[in-house]
Design a protein around this ligand. Sequence first.
Ligand code: LLP
Length: 414
Amino acid sequence: MDYFLYQDDALCAETCNVQQLAEQYGTPLYVYSRATLERHWHAFNNAVANHPHLICYAVKANSNIAVLNVLARLGSGFDIVSGGELARVIEAGGDPSKVVFSGVGKTRQEMAEAIELGIYCFNVESAAELEVLNDVAGELGQVAPVSLRINPDVDAGTHPYISTGLKENKFGISMEEAERAFARVQALPNLAVKGVDCHIGSQLTEMQPFLDAMDRMLALIDRLAAQGIDIRHLDVGGGLGVTYEEETPPHPDVYAAALLERLGGRDLKLIFEPGRAIAANAGIFVTQVLALKENTDKRFAIVDGAMNDLIRPALYSAWQNIVPVNKKAGESQCYDIVGPVCETGDFLGKNRELCIESGDLLAVRSSGAYGFVMASNYNSRPKPAEVMVDGAQHFLIREREKRTQLWQGEHLLP
Ligand code: LLP
């Protein structure tokens, strides 16, 4: 459920009229709904309310500091994958003691910063990383809290680019290597075993892959316990899908209940790293139709937003709903919605039935996750502005990039 609804044929973000937002802030424009973000976070948090847990929002999904701040105020933890994300969390008022640090390639400097800030846990992805982390912690005279990311070799049944839990993927430590790696953590003086984690992929719409992964992780935890290695938490990663079109992913209640049932009586804290499930449907991308154009047997709506602003359709052939900001009566036609970038892959949607004319505004739904964060300046296009609505109020949370910012930091030869 989100708060982007029509009132008398005009799309509203909570109670703000989207056309008015576009007029005030310009297009292309990202618009987020605070109430939707909060609702989705609470859906997760309430789903596991009676069990020790931590919701660590995956910052990569949408890292605007206003978004992070809204979640930090709810008491959220954060899943980060870089020093940049850690700095954003701190800037946004997030609590470092609720941060888990994922990612296959952490630098020594990033490790040191995270240790000094006292993060909750490092999600370590390889035996080599363990040695470096031990070394860095030793130099600081500290003990780093460690979870090992295990690759459970489960097929998430999602797009190959966002499937991460198979043997052939670069992520995590294999099940075969897991026990040896945990023994090594115990042997290293500047590391402390805290937990175990996995993340099998993104946009999962079925329970079964999650349950398969859970079973394998619990079996590992039991084997480790038999060897005297005490695992305090199980981090199940993110990956819960959302409805873009007609997908019916499990509700967080159903998802959490199924995991808790598998957990049985084990005394394990559960950590979740949802990104998309919290942010995707809390945002829209608003773009204006520049022109309609007809080639031999195809109609195009050329809009002012492009693949550099929202790359998911181009990169993953992702389908996101495209709706008129103002519904109007009339005959609809079938359009490909394309941007001004010089690439055939520059489309936001294909074969969409719409009744539109030049100057109209369109909203690409479900753009709150992996939208702005994946934007680039390709074709020297300034990045769009971001706005957050809160009831009838709206706030500019990132200014539209200015043209001169495009070459900021560049230098002419003398
Ligand atoms: N934890 C880890 C370790 C991850 O790698 C990810 C996402 C998450 C949590 C959050 O997953 P989520 O709950 O959002 O599914 N750009 C792609 C998605 C890439 C996801 C990468 N990892 C897209 O636009 O579909």
